[in-house]
Design a protein around this ligand. Structure first.
Ligand code: AMP
Ligand code: ZN
Length: 141
């Protein structure tokens, strides 16, 4: 089966989160996917939705994992709608598209009225009080 794990010697920060070797502020998890808060959020509630199976990009995943990822994306979007009705969903595929972590992930970026949502804004690290507040708002089914 395709892309089960990073290749030998390749470290993957998101696989470490899946395998509980690194911490994350998890808002949603099922058998094959996870969603957690981005540690450098563009906006309040910026989330990442990932497959548990390693693959650099969407097209590396088997169809069932792609479908599971979309189902979880839908669930996460519904929860983000508790914060705001407006948000962007983004997937960066490849370095030239801005991908930094080569484990496929959707960004869900809540919008609260920024004048130009596509212009890069400054990103402050996620703080623990903010993460706790968001987990309280978003982790309930
Ligand atoms: P991309 O540019 O699409 O590869 O985005 C990767 C995202 O992962 C960035 O927004 C980072 O802030 C985020 N990120 C990197 N490491 C972690 C981590 N350990 N926990 C949560 N988010 C992370
Ligand atoms: Zn990975």
């Amino acid at each position: 089966m395709a892309a089960q794990a990073p290749s030998a010697g390749e470290k993957c920060v998101f696989c470490d989160i899946v395998n509980q070797r690194s911490p994350a502020w998890v808002v949603f998890e099922d058998a094959s996917t996870m969603a957690f808060l981005d540690i450098f959020p563009f906006t309040r509630g910026h989330l990442l939705v990932i497959p548990k199976r390693h693959g650099a990009r969407l097209t590396d995943l088997p169809f069932e994992d792609q479908m599971a990822l979309i189902r979880s994306l839908d669930e996460v979007c519904r929860r983000v709608e508790r914060l705001t009705s407006d948000y962007n969903v983004a997937l960066n595929a490849g370095a030239k598209a801005g991908q930094i972590v080569f484990h496929v992930h959707f960004h869900v970026i809540p919008r609260y009225g920024e004048s130009n949502p596509f212009r890069a804004t400054s990103r402050a690290p996620l703080t623990e009080p903010e993460a706790r507040a968001l987990i309280a708002e978003l982790s309930a089914p």
